[in-house]
Write a protein that binds this ligand. Structure first.
Ligand code: ATP
Length: 311
């Protein structure tokens, strides 16, 4: 079994279908970006994985524990940074973290050692005696991250960890997440594409409660792509769609008797010469033929346009 296994997860809030049968698995050591527009179902997915919310249907396992049957065992294996995590602003950093450690059942030498490790990993050494309310937003987020990693969880679930931070703080927190990922498997939710590109190995794109794409970032960007514009009469979709190695042929806009298509193919396929040979063979009139690099942004845009959503 994978470290995280999600099968057919559905969640209804009254009449609202927040999740509609999502399935995915996560292996040890991965950093997953859960990406989607507002209201897509990211927080709901995370809350179910942490055992704080019951699914309407489906199952989820973390480190072999069923989130519904054994939420305490799940919570012992994971650290959770909720969106807009609440903090006690009057408490000093140290006081707060020690209280959270005790709530986790840590004590004695183990508490001292894990506390020091969490403080060191999040760079909070010089701020321990300061009231949380006196810290910048970036440092408050570090305190939240420190409480999430206190018990050295195998899995870290971070809901919009850079939300509301300035660009410098965003870079700092991203760096921190990458360092924390050396010792934990991470799922990080965001609606910021560059965040996923900067921090994650794999992106799961969720829209309207459904998974619309699930791909390793290196595979995504190494999928070959091309744009071709040919005379309106040419039967491009069927002809190119039947060529071995071509994955998709999508009609784009056109004009002046030509229609443009976006073509994607297997990673190692040299698409332009291939399309040129087909065009020559079929006597299509070519108005444009160029390679196109696929990025997370182009994939997200294509998916969003299909459903009329914006990031
Ligand atoms: P955001 O990026 O805005 O945080 P999200 O992807 O995390 O969005 P969710 O918070 O999981 O999305 O919400 C999914 C859907 O469920 C939305 O339509 C939201 O309005 C709805 N929803 C979430 N929580 C509740 C609730 N407690 N009661 C009713 N509807 C809810």
């Amino acid at each position: 079994m994978s470290l995280i296994e999600v099968r057919g997860l559905t969640k209804h809030y009254g009449a609202v279908r927040a999740l509609n049968g999502i399935s995915f698995s996560v292996e040890k050591g991965e950093i997953i970006g859960l990406l989607g527009p507002n209201g897509a179902g990211k927080t709901t997915t995370m809350k179910i994985l942490t055992g704080y919310l019951q699914p309407t249907e489906g199952t989820a396992f973390v480190a072999g524990h069923d989130v519904v049957e054994a939420p305490l065992a799940v919570q012992a294996e994971l650290g959770y940074l909720p969106e807009n995590a609440p903090l006690y602003l009057d408490m000093a950093v140290q006081e707060y973290l020690l209280m959270m450690a005790e709530l986790r059942g840590l004590d004695g030498a183990r508490l001292r050692s894990l506390f020091s490790e969490a403080v060191y990993s999040t760079g909070l050494e010089k701020h321990l005696t300061k009231p949380i309310g006196s810290l910048s937003k970036g440092y408050r987020q570090r305190v939240c991250l420190a409480q999430a990693i206190l018990h050295k969880p195998q899995v870290l679930i971070l809901d919009e960890p850079t939300n509301g931070l300035d660009p410098t703080q965003i870079l700092e927190i991203r760096g921190l997440i990458q360092r924390l990922a050396e010792n934990a498997t991470v799922i990080v939710s965001t609606h910021i594409l560059s965040e996923v590109e900067a921090t994650c190995h794999r992106a799961i794109i969720i829209m309207e409660g459904q998974i619309r794409a699930d791909s390793r970032l290196d595979e995504l960007t190494h999928t070959s792509g091309a744009v071709v514009a040919v005379n309106r009469e040419a039967d491009v979709e069927a002809t190119l769609g039947a060529v071995s190695g071509i994955k998709s042929v999508k009609r784009d806009e056109g004009g002046n008797g030509f229609v443009r298509y976006r073509v994607t193919g297997d990673k190692h396929l040299d698409l332009c010469p291939l399309i040129f040979d087909v065009a020559k063979d079929k006597a299509w009139r070519l108005a444009e033929l160029r390679p196109e690099t696929r990025t997370l942004e182009s994939v997200f845009r294509e998916l969003a346009e299909t459903k009329g959503v914006t990031a």
